[in-house]
Design a protein around this ligand. Structure first.
Ligand code: NAD
Length: 523
């Protein structure tokens, strides 16, 4: 975490690429979190009743504010996270503007009442369901894509008519504050989306434990997600959990090798490998393994570390930097070979670690089972695709995966067998960037989805409604239940659920006769 100061009332964030201080923020107390939740609660009734068109206008304006200030915001995100401004622009800012504009266009459609088929037993009813905002949503976000992973759930919650309290990672506080800034500039009432600043154990815990929340959205490690899920369960509030991953790319013998090399390298090393849906394990068909390994070693070896466009930025957290070194040392001690990278440049300022590829890894190595979340990747040959699928599905995680093949039949078949929340065929990370695709994981990678229609509706309570206006004083099964009803039901059963057409027709005739007889008494 960022350094704390002055009786722990503030904390200072340093730039991971230079170690220079960037900014100091208040370490908010549980009391301040309580005030924020209370303000959000007070803002809810009015915002929840706001017209969809008003929300759409705000979402579109927020996208424009983001676009107009994109370069400056990218610089600010890079300064606290250590990623390059290009990484911030592409994955944090562009993807968020895209989501804002997507919901800006589609909100009316996604939140429109859904008419559904009624049933013969209840003729004349209108049957539909509606999406109603839940109330106050708590959002807790990580440091790796600090802007988009804060903005995404806030956008969804606010668009669905909720108010929000966001706790960004302390290291990337400014990214959380930018979310609020763009919304306020776009005209959102300030208390509808608030930010509380501070550490996870202090400010984050106060938010996650707050009895005033109606929903919790957490993005972060599986370990903390588990704890927060338990807290939410005690209060019976719904959660969406976006947690860790150990994503696999499968490169079959039918792959375009050059695309597979550059695709897996990008999936593995973008954002310095600190990507929840980043490729961690590259499985390659044995028949093309040597060629693939040579090309990947050359490609990865050619990617420079630094803060320029096309370079791999600095690792954000010291703990992650040390974890990468530990996993690398463990693997090498147990017999793995370094194919590319392997050592940070001596004496260099900043947490820069070169893109590193290992071969000869075995399942007992930490790098094979633990999430790495850094620029250290395993390259593994396989004999059959069954073996590749078995390796991929053995993971306790199930966030995303890639398949590289030129054969669409093979691609779809492998995608169907992977136990993950998403799969990219001949691509990496794309599912997150398409705002209409639901995003989330299975197994220990998470619970629930956001993005798209389903992901927006996840921030609502679904209410089913029936409407009926025929001039009937009572139903044929209400008290006092008429004698005919007893006769009617056997006919009705055959008519509705029987399989033989002749029996159904006969039962329908009888049912209509009995029903007509009882109708007069009910008018
Ligand atoms: P983390 O779990 O350490 O922290 C996430 C957030 O939780 C931070 O804001 C932190 O301050 C807060 N927090 C920590 N302890 C808390 C507590 N006791 N109560 C309440 N809040 C608390 O995760 P991180 O290191 O910031 O992020 C890296 C992890 O996030 C990786 O495991 C990565 O895979 C995962 N991640 C998942 C996704 C996804 O979409 N599935 C996306 C990005 C990152």
């Amino acid at each position: 975490m960022a350094a704390k100061k002055a009786q722990e009332k503030t904390y200072t964030v340093s730039n991971p690429a230079t170690f220079e201080p960037v900014a100091t923020y208040p370490l908010m107390s549980p009391g301040e979190v309580d005030q924020a939740v209370k303000r959000a609660k007070a803002a809810f009734p009015s915002w929840s009743q706001s017209a969809i068109s008003q929300r759409q206008a705000i979402l579109k304006r927020a996208a424009a504010v983001l676009a107009e200030n994109a370069a400056e915001y990218a610089r600010q995100i890079a300064a606290e996270n250590g990623k390059t401004a290009m990484d911030a622009m592409l994955a944090d800012i562009f993807s968020t503007a895209h989501l804002l504009s997507h919901y800006g266009k589609k909100l009316g459609k996604y939140l429109a009442p859904v008419k559904v088929e009624g049933t013969l037993l209840f003729p004349g009813r209108k049957t539909y369901y509606v999406f109603e905002p839940k109330g106050v949503v708590g959002v807790i976000s990580p440091w790796n894509y600090p802007f988009t992973l804060s903005a995404g759930p806030v956008i969804s919650a606010v668009a669905a008519g909720n108010s929000v309290v966001l706790k960004p990672s302390s290291q990337t506080t400014r990214s959380g504050l930018i979310v609020k800034e763009i919304f306020v500039k776009a005209g959102l009432p300030p208390d509808v989306a608030q930010v509380v600043t501070g550490s996870g154990s202090h400010t984050g815990d106060a938010l996650a434990s707050h009895p005033g929340l109606d929903m919790l959205f957490f993005t972060g490690s599986t370990e903390i997600g588990n704890k927060i899920n338990v807290k939410a369960a005690e209060r019976l509030i719904p959660v969406i959990m976006e947690l860790g991953g150990k994503d696999v790319a499968i490169v079959t013998k039918n792959a375009d090798i050059d695309r597979a090399v550059s695709g897996t390298a990008w999936g593995a090393f973008t954002n310095c490998g600190q990507t929840c849906i980043g490729t961690e394990i590259i499985l390659v068909d044995k028949s093309i393994f040597t060629l693939f390994a040579e090309k990947l070693a050359r490609h990865a070896g050619g990617i420079k570390t630094g803060m320029g466009c096309g370079e791999v930025g600095a690792m954000t957290m010291d703990s992650q930097f040390r974890l990468v070194i530990e996993q690398l040392e463990d693997a090498v001690a147990k017999g793995a070979t370094v194919l590319a990278g392997g050592k940070p440049e001596e004496g260099r300022t900043g947490r820069f670690f070169p893109p590193t590829v290992l071969t000869g890894t075995t399942p007992d190595m930490r790098v094979r089972t633990e999430e790495t979340f850094g620029p250290l990747k395993c390259l593994i040959p396989f004999d059959t695709v069954d073996e590749a699928i078995a390796i991929a599905n053995a993971s306790e995680y199930g966030l995303s995966a890639s398949v590289y093949t030129r054969d669409p039949k093979e691609g779809k078949a492998l995608a169907a067998r992977l136990k993950t929340g998403s799969v990219n065929i001949n691509d990496a990370l794309v599912t997150y960037a398409v705002p209409s695709l639901p995003f989330g994981g299975v197994k220990k990678s998470g619970i629930g989805r956001y993005h798209g229609a389903i992901g927006l509706q996840a921030f609502t309570d679904i209410k089913s409604v029936t409407e009926f206006y025929w001039p009937l004083k009572r139903e044929f099964f209400w008290y006092p239940i008429p004698k005919e009803t007893e006769t009617l039901f056997p006919h009705l059963m055959v008519m509705m659920f029987g399989q033989k057409a002749a029996d159904k027709l006969k039962a329908a005739g009888s049912a209509v006769r009995v029903a007509a007889g009882s109708l007069a008494a009910r008018l």
